[in-house]
Design a protein around this ligand. Sequence first.
Ligand SMILES: *[C@@H]1O[C@H](CO)[C@@H](O)[C@H](O)[C@H]1NC(C)=O
Ligand SMILES: *[C@@H]1O[C@H](CO)[C@@H](O)[C@H](O)[C@H]1NC(C)=O
Ligand SMILES: *[C@@H]1O[C@H](CO)[C@@H](O)[C@H](O)[C@H]1NC(C)=O
Ligand SMILES: *[C@@H]1O[C@H](CO)[C@@H](O)[C@H](O)[C@H]1NC(C)=O
Ligand SMILES: *[C@@H]1O[C@H](CO)[C@@H](O)[C@H](O)[C@H]1NC(C)=O
Ligand SMILES: *[C@@H]1O[C@H](CO)[C@@H](O)[C@H](O)[C@H]1NC(C)=O
Ligand SMILES: *[C@@H]1O[C@H](CO)[C@@H](O)[C@H](O)[C@H]1NC(C)=O
Length: 565
Amino acid sequence: MLTLLPLSLLSALLVGLTYPSSSGNGVNAVRLPFQVRTTNPFGSNSSSLSSLSRRSHSKRGPSSATIPVHNTHNAEYISNITLGGRQIPVLLDTGSSDLWVTGDVPNTTDLGKSVSLNYAVGNAHGNVHTADLTFAGYSVSDQAYLLVTDTSSFSMDIVSQGFEGLIGLGPNTGSTILDEVDNDSASSVLDRIFSQNSTSANYLTILLDRIGDTAENVTGTLTISEIAPGYEKISSMPKLSVDMVHKLTDADQHWQTYTDVNGVIGPDGQPIQIDSIVPSAPDNQLVVVFDSGYTLPQVPRAMSDAIYGRVPGAVYNEASEVWTVPCSQMINLTFKFGGMDYPIHPLDVSSSDFNMVDATGNPVCVGAFQPITSAFSLLGEYDIILGMAFMRNTYTLLDYGNWIKDSSIDQNDPFVQLLPLTDPTTAKNDFVKIRLSGVDSTGDAAHQLLPADQMQHSPFSAGEKKKMYAEKVLSRWPYILVGCLVFVLLMIGLITWRCCVWRKRRNAAKAKTAASMGISTGGLSKPEPAYPLEMQGTSSPVLAKTNYSMDDPYAYHDTKARDVV
Ligand SMILES: *[C@@H]1O[C@H](CO)[C@@H](O)[C@H](O)[C@H]1NC(C)=O
Ligand SMILES: *[C@@H]1O[C@H](CO)[C@@H](O)[C@H](O)[C@H]1NC(C)=O
Ligand SMILES: *[C@@H]1O[C@H](CO)[C@@H](O)[C@H](O)[C@H]1NC(C)=O
Ligand SMILES: *[C@@H]1O[C@H](CO)[C@@H](O)[C@H](O)[C@H]1NC(C)=O
Ligand SMILES: *[C@@H]1O[C@H](CO)[C@@H](O)[C@H](O)[C@H]1NC(C)=O
Ligand SMILES: *[C@@H]1O[C@H](CO)[C@@H](O)[C@H](O)[C@H]1NC(C)=O
Ligand SMILES: *[C@@H]1O[C@H](CO)[C@@H](O)[C@H](O)[C@H]1NC(C)=O
């Protein structure tokens, strides 16, 4: 009997790695009991898998900077690295920035620094090592990585899932290892590759295939500093500038950008209007993170409801925190970036990759655009995480630009380019063939969306509400900080000013006394009025109070103590 992998644990594990700041301190709920098949969900037909490996040997491409990406259950995308001479399959994660592997690594050097990566499911612990690395045809020496010796905390056998580590492809500022070692030599893999290989093309591209889609002919591919053959059109796609998080929290920086205004078009063809939680986001635009380490995209709950809540027969599964829908329902969904449409394949909007059944035991599909809960950004840095079910629909280019400090050539701002891969008409035919046995019943009365006023809503949990309140405060911390600073400065100013007034008054009083005694006090030939401020005639209550305290005989002697306050 095969053990069943709780996929949620994987997502949770990735959450832990990817969003350390928002997932620390055990605030993460572990998502249970999601279950996927551990065998190829599409039976013995692994043609799409073998075609991937075949491509690696065919070398039709221009260079070894183009490598195959292996797809496990549409839930994990994996490529090989060579570390210390050993070939290791690692999960590709654009949402984090560290490299970790398990098992033996030859020719490795232990730096003696231990690092803990926080998982929602436990704590993975290991020492930072360095070893020579080759990735996508590029080699770096002494790459820093975390050698995880104890994998028991993973709650699953990652090796049986086809990987023995994870490579973070996010910005260097997010690297925990770099933070710990505190030496540029411990930078992330891509940072090292681009730094040593000065190029104006500081980019990585990634192309994810879809298992179970017989019509698709995408081959999972990753490239560095070059475009996958056949996808050159990506160069003409809009450059989406990366939305930068605050400098002080840039460990949380991700590959993130804004949608267009009203940039998510729901199943009824109308925009889904949701307010961003990001304080700096322009009206009607949302901040999305591109994260290849996330199986299911995470969207605001109201958006998930808008996508699935009007589907006849939709049921919200509270235990798994997903909508389930009849697999025969085609659901349209389109994202808009830089004026371009990015339609989502209906096979990705509702996924058959999970063995879910309804109350009567009939198979149901999972609403892949899941309400965001554990990955909710408490600092209010993003609204949506676009994981694999989104990224299968685009050929994605991530340009690191001036994130690479040592690269003298490309000092432009980082950006993202997306080439849409899903044609709605082709995708619909595909869906009809695969889910509807070739009979187009998408227009049937049974498949019409419910009227908007009959839309179902999924329940907010108490914890979720708390997080949303916390976010409202935490996301505004720069403003709150500035507010506090201004307040402190005002107080200091006020106190200083009071002291000046007192000194002036005392000096004036002294001068007056001296003058009346016929003694010259320096250059002060004409004594100042004793109460210059009172003479301004201001009615400010603060001043009034000041004047009042000035009459306090102890005030003069007290100024030192007051300065401290
Ligand atoms: C395997 O997939 C191919 C197309 O990719 C299809 O022609 C063939 O019938 C499938 N075989 C099985 C056993 O499903
Ligand atoms: C990784 O390397 C192994 C062993 O050489 C090979 O069997 C596998 O196909 C490779 N995987 C990928 C995604 O290239
Ligand atoms: C790495 O280790 C392998 C096997 O342990 C050995 O054959 C090889 O010479 C080593 N390479 C280096 C550069 O030390
Ligand atoms: C950083 O690492 C490099 C290479 O390991 C080493 O030569 C250098 O001395 C280190 N710098 C600091 C400040 O530790
Ligand atoms: C740098 O990139 C060029 C072109 O891709 C390649 O020929 C060269 O080997 C690379 N250098 C290193 C050190 O990887
Ligand atoms: C598959 O690839 C070929 C060659 O790249 C292309 O001509 C064809 O349109 C593709 N088919 C689909 C369904 O995308
Ligand atoms: C969904 O998309 C298909 C394919 O583009 C289109 O034919 C259909 O009218 C769309 N449905 C709605 C409700 O917009």
